[in-house]
Design a binder for this molecule. Structure first.
Ligand code: DCP
Ligand code: MG
Length: 587
């Protein structure tokens, strides 16, 4: 219950509806508890003395009460549903907002697949708990207490005789509730496992097919599926035992009431009507107990869900604005790394991914970053928009530490095309405008022309209105990259970051993109990560990263003369050209 209680703040806006719904429930239970009394009245004062007036009058009253109860039931359910649905909606909204507020570091630790389960089925499960609490549990507890009290007030001697019997039922129910709780928790765990297998498989379905692992994956899925099924069957089996057992006990109860009560009737100390009321109260008391057992069992599953929701909720974004952070409006775009060290596990610089990074990018300059895979290129550029925070040292923009700026205002200065191109389902136009939906068609076309995307977009059946499928499934790698570059350019940023954004584009197109960028982004500080050396030839500054350190820095002409590592890369990529180039620089 602890985890569920932590989420009670989401009920707050619905307090009035919740209280109203419970109040209706109280009235309903009260009315329901009156019915056995009426039966008693019909038998004792109507049928036995042969008074028809009392019989039909009381019958009419009972009918009225039943109808009234039905109306109240509709009201109660409507209110309870409204509370539970509103609660779930708010919870989902908060979870979604929370996830949006998290930084890259948080997201590395929470898995996207799990986040989907948490915002959907976990919320639904907690919502069920709320509904059960609001309607069933109140009802069950009240019916139980009410019918017990009324049994005693009808005939306390008979009630006392039945007491051991009722205790037996209670003990049985407690035992069953404990068992059910265990079983439902296990069901939830198996469901989690099934979900995990499913998610991993679906997100990697292409790889599964490419490596012909379908049989293996089927096996894995079947296993999880079977475990889930068996666990469910086990839970249901217990319920299947519980129901008839309760029926037998109920019948035993009725028999003993008639046995003990019958003797009293013969002795004249009890009426037939009282016996009938008694059996009715017994029934009214039994079913809530059964309900409670089930509720307790199911709460276990909701508790597990609540725990996982709370796990997400308790995440604090790794990166937050300092209270004294300033908002930057205009920048020149002078970017300086001062002895930056960075590691993914926070402040610890013992095993850094980047170390002793010193780098100056002047306004309007193009800085190219070369380096083998895993050398830290992406990590380095991700520090500029503060996707991650430096572990030590600092990065400044126009002399101001990035951490002293409001992050939104910093991001407004930066256009970035991430290494992994992500497009959203929607039109080509909307994908390009993603960062600035107010851009007009002309601006979109200018950006698309600069990234050499205009031509292929125009060749699509509906041009800029053509639909892009989820994650850009209907485009080629190079097409996606060019749309991603256009998206970054459209922001007219002071700082442009392209992380290997032309890796899937052919060399000629890449050269055209560079030409266009040079013209369009004259005042922009550009940081460009590249695998191909041809991409970086014209850069104002080239740095070579190796194992998280800058091992060479300079223009192409300087590096080709002084840097063995650069010469090596150059030779391996443009082997034949090397002689020519050295000849040129040699002369
Ligand atoms: N790394 C990590 N956690 C992440 C991302 C990366 O621990 N969320 C590690 C993996 C590498 C190192 O950091 O050992 C550098 O990773 P980069 O992504 O910065 O490497 P590159 O961008 O240089 O490599 P590539 O050319 O493959 O993109
Ligand atoms: Mg990278």
């Amino acid at each position: 219950m602890r985890e569920l209680i932590k989420l009670k703040r989401f009920l707050k806006p619905y307090t009035i509806s919740a209280i109203l719904s419970m109040a209706l429930m109280v009235v309903m239970v009260g009315l329901q508890l009156m019915l056995p009394r009426m039966i008693q009245r019909i038998v004792d004062l109507g049928i036995t003395p042969g008074n028809m007036t009392i019989v039909w009058q009381t019958t009419l009253v009972m009918l009225g009460i039943s109808l009234l109860n039905m109306a109240f039931a509709v009201g109660n359910t409507t209110l309870a549903v409204r509370v539970a649905e509103g609660y779930a909606r708010d919870l989902r909204k908060d979870l979604f907002n929370k996830i949006q507020s998290l930084s890259f570091g948080n997201l590395d630790r929470l898995h996207t697949g799990q986040l989907i389960v948490r915002t959907t089925s976990d919320v639904t499960s907690v919502q069920h708990a709320v509904r059960m609490m609001l309607s069933l549990s109140v009802r069950a507890l009240m019916l139980l207490a009410g019918s017990l009290i009324l049994m005693f007030s009808t005939n306390s001697q008979l009630a006392v005789k039945l007491l051991p019997f009722m205790l037996l039922i209670l003990v049985l129910i407690v035992i069953f509730a404990g068992k059910l709780q265990k079983l439902f928790t296990a069901v939830q765990q198996k469901l989690d496992k099934l979900n995990n297998v499913l998610q991993e498989n679906l997100s990697g379905v292409r790889v599964v097919k490419a490596f012909v692992r379908a049989a293996f994956e089927n096996e894995r899925f079947s296993e999880a599926n079977e475990e889930f099924t068996q666990q469910n069957i086990a839970a249901m089996r217990l319920m299947a035992v519980l129901m008839p057992l309760m029926k037998i006990l109920l019948n035993l109860g009725t028999v003993s009431i008639i046995w003990f009560g019958g003797m009293e009737v013969i002795q004249g100390s009890m009426t037939i009507g009282q016996i009938m009321a008694f059996t009715n109260y017994l029934m009214t008391a039994m079913f809530p107990m059964l309900m409670l057992a089930m509720i307790i069992g199911m709460l276990a599953a909701s508790e597990a869900s609540a725990k996982r929701i709370n796990e997400v909720m308790s995440n604090k974004p790794d990166i937050q604005d300092r209270p004294e952070a300033i908002s930057i409006e205009e920048t020149n775009g002078r970017l300086v790394f001062e002895d930056v060290c960075f590691s993914y596990n926070g402040k610890d610089c013992a095993k850094p991914v980047l170390n002793h990074i010193n780098l100056v990018a002047e306004p309007g300059q193009t800085v190219a970053i070369l380096g083998s895979t895993g050398s830290g290129k992406t990590s380095l550029v991700n520090l500029i928009p503060r996707f991650y925070e430096v572990s030590s040292g600092r990065i400044t923009l126009d002399g101001v530490d990035l951490r002293d700026m409001k992050r939104d205002s910093l991001l407004a200065q930066i256009g970035i095309a991430l290494q992994e191109t992500v497009l959203f389902s929607g039109s080509v136009r909307d994908n390009i405008r993603y960062g600035r939906m107010s851009a007009n068609d002309e601006e979109v076309i200018v950006a698309a022309k600069a990234s050499q995307a205009h031509e292929f977009i125009m060749s699509l059946p509906e041009g800029y209105d053509s639909r892009i499928e989820q994650r850009g499934a209907n485009l080629s790698g190079g097409q996606k990259q060019r749309i991603a570059i256009a998206r970054a350019l459209l922001l007219k940023p002071r700082i442009l970051i392209l992380d290997d954004s032309t890796s899937a584009v052919d060399v000629d197109t890449e050269a055209q993109i560079q030409d266009a960028l040079e013209k369009a982004m004259k005042d922009t500080t550009s940081i460009i990560i590249a695998q191909r050396i041809s991409t970086v030839l014209t850069a104002d500054k080239i740095i070579v990263l190796d194992n998280g350190r800058i091992t060479a820095e300079g223009t192409h002409a300087e590096l080709i003369k002084n840097s063995p590592i650069y010469q090596e890369i150059y030779e391996s990529q443009l082997g034949n050209g090397l002689k020519k180039a050295t000849e040129v620089t040699g002369n």
